[in-house]
Design a protein around this ligand. Structure first.
Ligand code: ADP
Ligand code: MG
Ligand code: ZN
Length: 481
């Protein structure tokens, strides 16, 4: 068989995190009772007129600048005409001729090293409503809450060659948009959606093959499986001497197969024309400069800083910066505890463990940084054992309890009671003549046995250093006596 190369370009829709919709004042909040976040504009009522939300333009510029795009400072909206029941105007307001951002690039990293993926353009557009197919009633309902929610569509050049590169690219976009606070990019809620354009060609060829476009991909895993499936389907066709037909296909992740949805439509099919209801936008140099200057520290910079400033290993710095939310939690805790290294270790071990156990995303982790900082400082002062600290942290992680009073109230605080410790040590040594004689005979390992017994008796209310000291004193007494 010939050797084939996969060629992939993505069209990624990102829902912008503005409070209101792109052309009206309705809420963009996800969910809500059907058709409650609506008005005449976003339900396409005759006579209603769109008014552009300035924030949408700002967010689009922010996204574009962060992805090294040029900005069309004179830019316009166009109507993309098509009928579909979730599209009440019978056209979507989008951009064709002068997309707000163009010619950008992002860097991705895979097992094969670093690579640049070029961005053809990013344009602004409005989202459609949602159809709910009620099989029971044999009818379809439409919810316009999502109609008019602002989107940017990010179109890449066909620069990716594998599922791994595609996932790395999507993760890069998601992370960047989240850091920019432009979108929360939740695949499950549809605030990030990717269409995969894929073709194959013989290795060494410098012309692209015919591509198909796959829709309906709502997880990174589904995307990876769809890429694998489509690559195989196309290679099989070519091997049989057949042609790949340019079309849109729907991936069915349960069947792990795709089927043709419609033949590929072209721009001309949509009869695009400039939207006469919206004046062109002029974007000043000043505005772009301001946005550029206010860009937050992005992941790469943060990661490098963690390594340098906190002396963290590259791996840890990478994990801690994957989500801006988690990195904020970490940084605030680190500042409050005054010990970044210890805080980082706690995140890498305890926070990650609990996240994994509870199947949580980094963005779902939520506790007051001061609470963890207080717990870490009590550990530092040996006021709580490491074992109990882990238990208390589970309470902070789950219910955000206040650790100082919690530890006090639940009797977890190590209160050094020298008298109690002395009598406990003496009793345990007395009760274990066998191990004692081994210890006196020079078997140092038996120390561990005694420390364990005593700690258990003290119910975590003694710290190991004092136990050892008291034990040594007792053993010395016995040696002499
Ligand atoms: P259209 O305007 O018909 O949607 P575009 O040229 O804008 O087509 O491309 C849409 C997407 O398809 C882009 O992400 C692009 O990178 C990708 N693409 C274009 N040609 C190919 C190809 N031969 N193989 C894979 N992807 C491709
Ligand atoms: Mg397209
Ligand atoms: Zn509205």
């Amino acid at each position: 068989m010939k050797q084939y190369e996969t060629v992939i370009g993505l069209e990624v829709h990102v829902e912008l995190a503005t409070k209101t919709k792109i052309f009206c004042g309705c809420s963009t909040e996800f969910g809500g009772a059907p058709n409650t976040h609506t008005c005449p504009v976003c339900t396409g009522m005759p006579g209603s007129l769109p008014v552009l939300n300035r924030r949408v333009v700002e967010f689009a510029i922010r996204a574009g600048v962060a992805c090294n795009c040029h900005i069309h400072q004179y830019c316009k909206f166009d109507r993309k005409n098509y009928f579909y029941p979730d599209n009440p105007q019978n056209y979507q307001i989008s951009q064709l001729y002068l997309p707000i951002c163009y010619d950008g690039a992002v860097e991705i990293e895979t097992s094969g090293g670093k690579k640049t993926v070029r961005i053809h353009e990013m344009h602004m557009e409005e989202d459609a409503g949602k159809l709910i197919h009620d099989e029971w009633e044999d009818s379809s309902l439409v919810d316009f809450n999502r109609s008019g929610v602002p989107l940017i569509e990010i179109v890449s050049e066909p620069d990716m060659r594998s599922a791994e590169e595609v996932i790395a690219y999507l993760e890069k976009l998601r992370c960047t948009m989240q850091y920019l606070e432009v979108s929360d990019c939740k695949l499950q809620e549809g605030s990030m959606r990717a269409d995969v354009n894929l073709s194959v060609r013989e290795v060494g060829s410098d012309v692209y093959g015919t591509r198909t476009e796959m829709k309906n991909l709502n997880s990174f895993k589904a995307i990876a499986r769809a890429i694998e499936g489509e690559r195989e389907r196309q290679i099989e066709l070519l091997e049989e001497g057949k042609k790949v037909v340019q079309e849109t296909r729907r991936w069915d992740d349960n069947k792990e197969a795709s089927h043709a949805m419609r033949s590929k439509e072209d721009a001309k099919d949509y009869r695009y024309f400039p939207d006469p209801d919206l004046p062109p936008i002029h974007i000043s140099d000043q505005w772009i400069r301001e946005i550029r200057e206010q860009l937050p520290e992005l992941r790469e910079a943060k990661r490098a800083r963690y390594q340098e400033e906190y002396g963290l290993p590259a791996y840890d710095a990478g994990i801690l910066t994957e989500s801006r939310h988690l990195s904020n939690l970490f940084e605030e805790t680190a500042v409050l505890s005054g010990n970044a290294k210890k805080t980082a270790n706690w995140f890498m071990v305890e926070v990650l463990r609990l996240m994994k156990e509870r199947g949580m995303e980094p963005d779902q982790v939520n506790f007051t940084p001061q609470h963890l900082a207080d717990l870490l400082s009590m550990m530092e002062k040996k006021e709580i054992s490491a074992q109990n600290a882990r238990k208390v942290f589970e309470k902070i992680f789950g219910e955000d309890i206040e650790p100082v009073s919690y530890i006090e109230e639940n009797g977890l605080k190590i209160v050094e009671d020298a008298g109690l410790l002395e009598t406990t040590v003496a009793r345990i040594v007395e009760d274990n003549p066998g191990p004692l004689s081994e210890l006196l005979g020079g078997k140092e390992k038996v120390m561990g046995f005694f420390v364990g017994q005593i700690m258990r008796q003290m119910k975590g209310k003694a710290n190991p250093d004092s136990v050892r000291a008291a034990l040594n004193k007792e053993i010395e007494k016995r040696r002499e006596g």
